[in-house]
Structure formats: structure tokens, C-alpha cells
Design a protein around this ligand. Structure first.
Ligand SMILES: Nc1ncnc2c1ncn2[C@@H]1O[C@H](COP(=O)(O)OP(=O)(O)O)[C@@H](O)[C@H]1O
Ligand SMILES: [Mg+2]
Length: 262
């Protein structure tokens, strides 16, 4: 049984007064429970669009997405929202913490929608989560008094406090320096290992990607498995063959290094 599966997924948008734009095409991806997947792609390749599909925030234009082998499009949007809240934790480059609320209040927030015991114990659960990310001593700190790395830890505590089965990270280290980024990733790995959560990490940093067990590259909306995310990008010729339709607006020249290895 797979946790999340995308089959022949396409996502097309129609911007105002412009022709339709196919952002993703033919995406095949199956995430198993406890999986650890990385997706690397340059800016504009469709990473966030893909993440929004994986996170059940958007539906595909064509193709199918299943969660626990159930087609997502058969769920009402309210059920989709509940499923997302209970099963998926998002980590973004921007920490999106509420200013003027303490670390503890920020992490308690997702538990306000819980019921029963979890609701009544929410402060204790949030405090334990902050303890787990190494911020047990900063429960009452406001976000603006915390460093970038600490803020990302609070954000991670908040996204994991409901015990998601799938962690989706979009450039989680984008706003952090190298060392802080590595330790934040270790933290996510640690929590995922403890809870058995699957992880999908979307990044442009091959070293972050390398931490995953399975690797993919997203290139102009086409997702391809790769052995090693630190290897060279696809060549221009390969791109022409694998991308039959004009995808996205990213017509930037491919860097010389890639062509050199054609
Ligand atoms: N709703 C939209 N309307 C028009 N263009 C979009 C929309 N969403 C994304 N795009 C375009 O699709 C491409 C991929 O976007 P995105 O998924 O955000 O890429 P990435 O996260 O890899 O930078 C970009 O060229 C972006 O401008
Ligand atoms: Mg993006």
C-alpha cells in the first residue's frame, strides 16, 4: 500500500490574458510509508507546483493522485483539508511564524483544531515538541528574539506537532547558513525516523538532496529518477527529447558545464 501516488499527473494553468501554461507533465511518483525522497530542480522548474499537489492543496489538471490508495479527487474539499491537517506537515523556506506569539503559542496553534485529550493537553504536547527540537528553554520567546535556525526549529515543531505521516519540505534550508541548514535537516530526519513519517524534500541544494534515500530531478515540469543528485544536470539534447511541450517560461540558457558533459 502506498501512502501517496501520482500517476501521469499534469498541471496546467491559464494566466490572465495569456495562453495556457503546462507547468507539470507526466509526473509519476509513489511515496511509501517512511520513504525519504528528494526532488531537485532549478528555479521555475515546477517544484512548488508539485509540492502543492503532494500536499493536497491543489488538484491535477489530468492524471490521478491517491492518498492511502484512495483517489484524492473523490474527497470533498473539507475532507481533503482534514486529511491534510492530520496527515501532512509542511516545512517552508519562510518560517511563517506568527509574530507577537511565543514559540509555545505558535506550536500550540495546530492543536487548537484537535479534539478530546489532545486538545486539552495541547500546551504540554507543544512544549514536548519544542523540547524535542532543542528549544525547551525558549518556550516563551517571541520569534523576533530567535535566530533564523531557532525560528526554523519552531516552524518544524509546529509542522510536526500533530504527528504527520508525510513531511513535505520546500527549500527548508533556503534561509539558513550551511551548518544551521544541515542541523535542521538532521532534526527533521530524526523526528521522521522516530515517528515513521515519510519525507519529501524539495531543494536546489544537491547536498541536502543527498540525505534522501531516493532521488528525483524536476526539469521543466518533467520528473525523472536520478542515482545521484550531485551529478550534472540533464543536457540540452536530452531535454528536447524528454520535453515534448513548451513548459513554463524558463528559457534561461543552460549553463556551459552541462553542455560540456553532453
Ligand atoms: N498560477 C500560476 N500562473 C501562472 N504561472 C504560474 C503559476 N504557478 C506557477 N507558474 C509558473 O510556473 C513555473 C513553475 O513555478 P513553480 O512551481 O513556483 O517553480 P519553482 O518552485 O520550481 O521555482 C514558473 O515559471 C512560474 O512562473
Ligand atoms: Mg518554489
Amino acid at each position: 500500500m502506498s501512502l501517496l501516488a501520482l500517476r501521469e499527473v499534469t498541471r496546467t494553468v491559464i494566466p490572465q490574458d495569456q495562453p495556457a501554461l503546462t507547468i507539470l507533465s507526466g509526473v509519476e511518483l509513489t511515496i511509501e510509508p517512511g520513504d525519504h525522497v528528494s526532488i531537485v530542480g532549478r528555479s521555475g522548474s515546477g517544484k512548488s507546483t508539485l509540492l502543492n499537489l503532494l500536499g493536497l492543496l491543489d488538484l491535477p489538471t489530468s492524471g490521478e493522485i491517491t492518498f492511502d490508495d484512495r483517489p484524492v479527487k473523490t474527497l470533498s474539499s473539507a475532507r481533503r483539508d482534514r486529511l491534510r491537517g492530520a496527515a501532512i506537515g509542511f516545512v517552508f523556506q519562510q518560517f511563517n511564524l506568527l509574530p507577537g506569539r511565543t514559540a509555545l503559542e505558535n506550536v500550540t496553534m495546530p492543536l487548537l483544531y484537535a479534539t478530546g485529550r489532545t486538545f486539552w493537553r495541547r500546551k504540554k504536547i507543544a512544549a514536548e515538541m519544542l523540547e524535542l527540537v532543542g528549544l525547551g528553554h525558549r518556550l516563551n520567546s517571541m520569534p523576533d528574539r530567535l535566530s533564523g535556525g531557532e525560528q526554523q526549529r519552531v516552524a518544524i515543531a509546529r509542522s510536526l506537532v500533530r504527528g504527520p505521516r508525510l513531511i513535505l519540505a520546500d527549500e527548508p534550508t533556503g534561509a539558513l547558513d550551511l551548518d544551521t541548514g544541515q542541523s535542521v535537516m538532521e532534526l527533521i530526519d530524526d523526528v521522521a525516523a522516530r515517528t515513521g513519517a515519510a519525507q519529501v524534500v524539495i531543494t536546489h541544494d544537491p547536498m541536502i538532496a543527498r540525505r534522501a534515500r531516493r532521488h528525483f530531478r524536476l526539469d521543466r515540469g518533467v520528473l525523472t529518477p536520478v542515482d545521484d543528485p550531485t551529478l550534472e544536470p540533464l543536457t540540452r539534447r536530452h531535454r528536447r527529447e524528454t520535453v515534448p511541450v513548451a513548459v513554463a517560461d524558463d528559457d534561461a540558457p543552460i549553463d556551459a558545464r552541462a553542455d560540456g558533459h553532453a
